[in-house]
Design a protein around this ligand. Structure first.
Ligand SMILES: [Zn+2]
Ligand SMILES: [Zn+2]
Ligand SMILES: [Zn+2]
Length: 157
């Protein structure tokens, strides 16, 4: 689907759920579509929407983000200690975050299905893994750690 059509489809979803499809909301969705898989904070989104629509108040853009989340078209994810970042719900995926270098690896939702089933069965707990990134070490940081362990006490710089 062309990006403009995707924006229209999302606006149609908003209207169907009783939300208003304003120009500022259209611009917010456009920003999230254009930036695709990068992870924008609310602040990043506000500044990009402001470039397109300087007349819209920042507070309105923040409020829109919350409203779009309540309407189920936008969701946020916490990537480590930084500010939460935003996605279109339809781009949903899960995140693995390297604690050492900050690299984010996106993995399909199904990756967590066996764990979700096991936790539901054993503890009756329903996990929402899309809300937080899974923390750990990426492949190259593990390699670096292993080779560092083999070298006896070199000066740290
Ligand atoms: Zn992502
Ligand atoms: Zn890493
Ligand atoms: Zn949250």
């Amino acid at each position: 689907m062309a990006p403009a059509d995707r924006v229209e489809a999302i606006l149609a979803k908003i209207r169907a759920r009783g939300g208003r499809a304003t120009d500022a909301r259209r611009a917010t969705i456009g920003v999230l579509l254009n930036t695709g898989q990068t992870h924008l904070s609310a602040e990043d989104i506000v500044s990009q929407v402001k470039i397109q629509q300087p007349e819209v108040a920042e507070s309105t853009i923040y409020r829109n983000l919350t409203a779009l989340e309540e309407l189920g078209v936008v969701e946020h994810v916490h990537l480590g200690h930084g500010p939460s970042t935003y996605h279109l719900t339809e781009d949903g995926h899960q995140h693995l975050l390297c604690e050492r270098c900050g690299k984010v690896i996106e993995v399909p939702d199904e990756t967590f299905t066996p764990l979700a089933a096991q936790l539901a069965e054993t503890y009756g707990f329903q996990i929402h893994p899309r809300h937080f990134a899974m923390m750990g070490l990426c492949r190259s940081c593990q390699r670096r750690r292993r080779s560092a362990a083999r070298i006896p006490a070199v000066a740290d710089h």
